[in-house]
Ligand binder design. Structure first.
Ligand code: GLA
Length: 373
């Protein structure tokens, strides 16, 4: 049977925004969210394309006798409608988090059995984006559980981006295209480059490895989600954060910043708002990039763009700087072609190359270029 995409008209390019979880965990409040919304404007994040302001876990505390979801009024005294109105007044969009099981991952009430009631409530508040987690799902079937909420959102009366968060555990890339606009493809990211400990959240390189082979499942309206950004949270170097950000853009990943926008360094801001790199993420063709070569701990990744050019990431996972070569034949170009090469971090044309492009790449870093024949 041919796959039917969800086709709710949303997320034609990967969603961009901010989410509270990576930096703030359960410490969410309307003061924080309003402050972040203000910073989305003043920092230039909105101009760079960031749109959704998403409250992750811990905004909800219970249900009333009629089953209506109750918000934490101590931290959200003016309520979700007022907060959504504020965010909308800034030209931004508003997102919330819930869970397909009985409880969220922090033990707050989940959506199981309340899908239509919650969807109506979210629409009434002005929610534009729903992240739906997978804790406390007991013996629930993932495909059916997410389909129920997807159907509920469809009749809620408001277009709502549906972000599945079942951590890749039941291969959502095989079925979630009918259900959601994006689906997590891995477990939780940690603010680290590499992780060898099984009980730790994943490092950037572990997540990258888990994307190999998923490319063909992504496209406009339905994206693989390798989890939210850690850029600016302090656990990696700026070289590593540039590599993290470059790879997410090459992978057509949703770009949900996860740092404190109110106290962001100039370097962090420069990474998150690099318009040439973001243009790769947001390319209209919507074809996810793929790894085209791996030699030891150096890799070449390539993404076809709408104008026929290629975005290319030369990645060095090793402990010392190394030369890396991108061959035109790996990018789908003839060897004799002459192509313009532009460095997307240096914002500089590097001139024409024939057959390949080689450069030295720093340890745990990337060089990201656009190759235009
Ligand atoms: C899960 C998700 C995270 C975050 C937390 C919140 O771990 O994968 O992204 O939403 O729950 O509790």
């Amino acid at each position: 049977m041919p796959l039917l995409a969800l086709e709710n008209g949303l997320a034609r390019t990967p969603p961009m925004g901010w989410n509270s979880w990576n930096k703030f965990g359960c410490n969410v409040s309307e003061t924080l969210i309003r402050g972040v919304a203000d910073q989305m404007i003043s920092s230039g994040m909105k101009d760079a394309g960031y749109q959704y302001v998403v409250i992750d876990d811990c905004w909800q505390v219970g249900r009333d006798a009629q089953g209506n979801i109750q918000i934490d009024t101590a931290n959200f005294p003016t309520g979700m409608k007022a907060l959504a109105d504020y965010i909308h007044s800034k030209g931004l969009k508003f997102g919330l988090y819930s869970d397909a099981g009985t409880k969220t991952c922090q033990g707050r009430p989940g959506g199981r059995g309340y899908e239509y009631q919650d969807a109506r409530q979210y629409a009434a508040w002005g929610v534009d984006y729903l992240k739906y987690d997978w804790c406390s799902h007991s013996t629930q079937n993932s495909e059916a559980s997410y389909a129920t909420m997807s159907d509920a959102l469809k009749v809620s009366g408001r277009p709502i981006v549906f972000a599945l968060c079942e951590w890749g555990s039941t291969k959502p890339w095989l079925w979630a295209r009918d259900t959601g606009n994006l689906w997590r493809s891995t477990g939780d990211i940690g603010d680290r480059w590499d992780s060898n400990k099984p009980h730790e959240s994943l490092g950037v390189v572990q997540i990258i490895d888990q994307q190999v082979g998923l490319e063909s499942y992504a496209g406009p309206g339905h994206w693989n989600d390798p989890d939210m950004l850690e850029v600016g949270n302090g656990g990696m170097t700026n070289t590593e954060y540039r590599a993290h950000f470059s790879m997410w853009c090459l992978l057509a990943a949703p770009l949900l910043a996860g740092n404190d926008l109110r106290s962001m360094s100039a370097e962090t801001k420069e990474i998150l708002t690099n318009k040439e790199v973001i243009a790769v993420d947001q390319d209209a063709l919507g074809i996810e990039g793929r790894r085209v070569r791996k030699i030891g701990d150096t890799e070449v990744w390539s993404r076809q763009l709408a104008d026929g050019s290629r975005a290319v990431v030369l990645l060095n996972r090793g402990a010392a700087e190394q030369p890396v070569q991108a061959m035109w034949t790996d990018l789908g170009y003839p060897e004799h072609a002459s192509a313009m090469v532009r460095d997307l971090w240096a914002h500089r044309d590097l001139g024409k190359s024939t057959g390949s492009f080689s450069t030295t790449v720093p340890s745990h870093g990337v060089v990201m270029v656009r190759v235009s024949p």
